[in-house]
Design a protein around this ligand. Structure first.
Ligand code: SAM
Length: 289
């Protein structure tokens, strides 16, 4: 939606994640979460949540990191997972109940405006859930209001699209067969919108965060631990490609999927279908003393 306003961008993200985006995330959740777990573990280690801490997990999805944080903050602490998609927070509640974890709650809502308890959280955490705000400075300022003075923030975000082979390789293979996707404006929300580290640094500074550190994590993502079929399914379900394929006529879609398959065949290893992943681990503190 190049050329839109921050409000339009935000409304589009809300409509997407609360609707089709949430549904498609849920469909692939087990596989996607397994692929993201090693990256999430790096962020959880950096967060070093302690018993007694109160944590907000932003864009928590079905809550895998919320559950891990809830175990880390027990006894005495608790976690609030907040996500736009009610079907994802329903699933998160179901999982917490099944796992017998009682110090976690889930709220379906927009984290950029949600009525969090003011100045009560020790830690704001997110695994890939903070790149979708139309007005990120306003959103991070709002989130900072939920944080105790000197409270911590730990976010994992993607580096640029081209460094993330798990998304770029299938897209580059299928792209020439699909209608041209409009190039996003540099400040438009989306999974790779914090690729340039100066952008989150500037946004967080303006929102009142201090001690900002942005460290690279170079890793790999297994699109499948099994065969190529499963990897193709993952590749066409997540990332920017999924939206384009949904809108394509069936014959174009079939040819695009075949091209993705041929490209992914080059990444089959004994560990599954494995591609490069590149993230920023961002940590900061509430500047309010
Ligand atoms: C890429 S998924 C990551 C989900 C989860 N953190 C994980 O790693 O499994 C991004 C999530 O952020 C949520 N999200 C996007 N914008 C949001 C907002 N403004 N408020 C709350 N959640 C949001 C989406 O609904 C989606 O579930």
């Amino acid at each position: 939606m190049a050329g839109g306003s921050a409000r339009d961008w935000h409304d589009a993200q809300v409509a997407y994640w609360a609707g089709a985006g949430g549904q498609s995330w849920l469909k692939g959740a087990v596989r996607t979460e397994a692929a993201l777990a090693p990256l999430g573990d790096r962020a959880l280690a950096a967060a070093a949540a302690r018993p007694g801490d109160h944590v907000i997990d932003i864009g928590c999805g079905t809550g895998p990191t919320s559950l891990a944080l809830a175990l880390a903050v027990a006894p005495g602490g608790g976690v609030l997972g907040c996500d736009l998609s009610p079907i994802l927070t329903d699933e998160a509640r179901r999982r917490a109940l099944a796992a017998g974890v009682s110090n976690v709650r889930f709220a379906a809502g927009d984290a950029s405006t949600y009525a969090f308890q003011p100045a009560a959280a020790d830690l704001l955490f997110s695994r890939f859930g903070v790149m979708f705000f139309g007005d990120p400075v306003a959103a991070f300022r709002h989130l900072r209001g939920a944080l105790k003075p000197r409270g911590r923030l730990v976010f994992l975000v993607w580096r640029p699209f081209k460094e993330n082979g798990w998304a770029f390789v299938p897209f580059a293979a299928a792209g020439p067969l699909l209608p041209q996707m409009p190039r996003p404006a540099p400040d438009e929300p989306g999974p790779f919108s914090f690729g340039d580290p100066e952008r989150p640094r500037a946004l967080l500074t303006q929102a009142g965060f201090a001690d900002i550190r942005i460290d690279p994590i170079d890793a790999t993502i297994a699109l499948s631990r099994g065969g190529l079929d499963e990897a193709v399914e993952s590749a066409v379900e997540i990332g920017p490609l999924s939206r384009l394929l949904k809108e394509a006529p069936e014959d174009v879609r079939d040819r695009a999927v075949a091209a993705v398959r041929a490209a992914l065949a080059r990444h089959v290893t004994t560990e599954g279908v494995v591609l490069p992943a590149a993230c920023w681990l961002i940590t900061a503190r509430n500047s309010a003393a």
